[in-house]
Write a protein that binds this ligand. Structure first.
Ligand SMILES: Cc1cc2nc3c(=O)[nH]c(=O)nc-3n(C[C@H](O)[C@H](O)[C@H](O)COP(=O)(O)OP(=O)(O)OC[C@H]3O[C@@H](n4cnc5c(N)ncnc54)[C@H](O)[C@@H]3O)c2cc1C
Length: 424
């Protein structure tokens, strides 16, 4: 029997080192640099590359990967404990080589890539010599793959891709794109789409514009056009018609990693809320002495702890089963809970800070917006709730009876029967 809520001392020592490193060396980067994916910015080379070297020397680089790919094979539980610290800073994940979307893209390249694809794209990606983009969503919809129309047609030894993609994060910095396209329009979207690797410089691939969100320093989500983009036959990633399956491998881990990092962001908002409540006075007492402020502190702490336990258990189950499909309900539950937890805690922190809280001088409005982003990226909350509900309902069966077994008179009659002899 093991049912443990403690971190082993040796790993706790690593976490303590990470915590201090993030606070002292990485969090300040958020205030002087732009997008963490802008790896060709000269300042990135000066400020971020040395930190990445420190992380590599400490053998904490790309811990989401197995040893065969240069990681530690830590598994999701250790990764969760790390990621909730890295999540405090926009630059945390890239300094530790486990940033989205490259972590997920690397995962599917490792899983489905040919040896040539791995050599060309995976190796430099894992080393953060390049960054990548995942282009699935289209302007007419993202939540339902059945509306995707970007088409890839075979022409001799090549595939020709035509269509539009929307909200493709970091396209402007990416060396290559992983693109989902319809290869067989005569079957369902779940069997008729394939995944392609498209080099960024391929003629016909253009960024129509970059869209910005919240208080991100740069607009990084691209509206893309594929105008008869030609790629060779070996650009196919995974088997033809298997894009949906490939995407799920990527999204399973990605959603949980976002949740782990969200804990760090929500914790930061809670820390600010508590510090402010203890520091600010009104009507002769601290805000912390007001019961309605205490309620905000209590609700925030409770919700964050509940969420953290759900994330940790989900991480533990992924490690236990080694198969995302067996943990679908848990991952969907984590994904559906994450935006609400971040939204509510950030909104309370904003409110307790008063006017400065709502201003651009504080991070809270950005975090509230970020909560909405989390409720959309990797699928809307509603869709994940549907998954949870369907999976929960699988464990139940309908009853034919007019009155169910839990109906009190029915249950009482059954109990009378069971204990007839003793009650006589
Ligand atoms: C910050 C951010 C980064 C992103 N990065 C990428 C990326 O790198 N690559 C990429 O391909 N995409 C990316 N996306 C796009 C994301 O995957 C889509 O926004 C998401 O899938 C929803 O698609 P949509 O925006 O077209 O909304 P729609 O599909 O139009 O849905 C709109 C709304 O309708 C409701 N809804 C939809 N389906 C259902 C349902 N079944 N039941 C009930 N209500 C429903 C929900 O309220 C939903 O929010 C990103 C999005 C964000 C916000």
């Amino acid at each position: 029997m093991s049912w443990d809520f403690e971190t082993e001392p040796a790993f706790q020592a690593e976490l303590d080192w990470i915590d201090q490193f993030i606070k002292e060396e990485v969090e300040p980067l958020d205030h002087v640099l732009g997008s963490p994916w802008d790896i060709h910015d000269a300042r990135f080379k000066t400020l971020v590359r040395p930190l990445q070297r420190v992380v590599k020397e400490r053998a904490l680089w790309a811990c989401h990967l197995g040893p065969d790919l240069g990681g530690r094979g830590y598994g999701q539980v250790k990764l969760a404990l790390m990621n909730e610290i890295l999540g405090r800073s926009a630059f945390g994940p890239i300094v530790f080589g486990c940033h989205a979307p490259d972590s997920g893209n690397g995962e599917i390249l490792a899983h489905y890539g040919t040896p040539e694809q791995k050599k060309r794209w995976l190796e430099p990606l894992l080393n953060n010599d390049i960054v990548s983009c995942f282009a699935m969503t289209e302007p007419q919809g993202g939540a339902d793959p059945q509306v995707f129309t970007t088409r890839a047609e075979r022409d001799g030894d090549e595939w020709v891709i035509t269509g539009h993609k929307w909200f493709a994060s970091n396209a402007r910095y990416a060396a290559f794109f992983i693109v989902m396209a319809v290869t067989d329009p005569d079957v369902s979207a779940y069997e008729g789409m394939s995944m392609f690797i498209v080099p960024a410089a391929t003629p016909g691939l253009d960024i129509i514009r970059n869209v910005g969100v919240g208080d991100d320093p740069q607009a990084t989500h691209a509206y893309l056009e594929f105008d008869r983009v030609r790629v060779s036959a070996d650009a196919l990633l995974g088997a033809p018609g298997k894009a949906f399956e490939v995407a799920q491998v990527r999204l399973g881990g990605g959603r949980v990693h976002h949740a782990m990092r969200t804990i760090g962001q929500a914790q930061k908002a809670l820390d600010a809320l508590c510090e402010r409540a203890l520091s600010r006075h009104t009507q002769g007492e601290r805000l912390a002495d007001k019961q309605m402020v205490q309620e905000k502190v209590a609700d925030s702490w409770i919700e964050l702890e509940q969420f953290r336990l759900l994330v940790m258990r989900t991480a533990w189950r992924i490690d236990k089963y080694g198969d995302y499909r067996k943990v679908r309900k848990d991952i969907a539950a984590v994904k559906a809970t994450m935006p609400k937890v971040l939204h509510d805690i950030a909104a309370r922190a904003l409110q307790v800070h008063g006017s400065i809280g709502v201003s651009q001088e504080m991070p809270f409005a950005g975090l509230v917006n970020r909560a909405f982003q989390m409720a959309l990226a990797d699928g809307p909350t509603e869709v994940h709730k549907v998954t949870v509900a369907r999976q929960v309902l699988r464990d139940y069966a309908p009853t034919e009876a007019m009155f169910p077994a839990y109906h009190r008179p029915t249950a009482a009659a059954a109990a009378q029967d069971k204990f007839r002899a003793a009650l006589a």
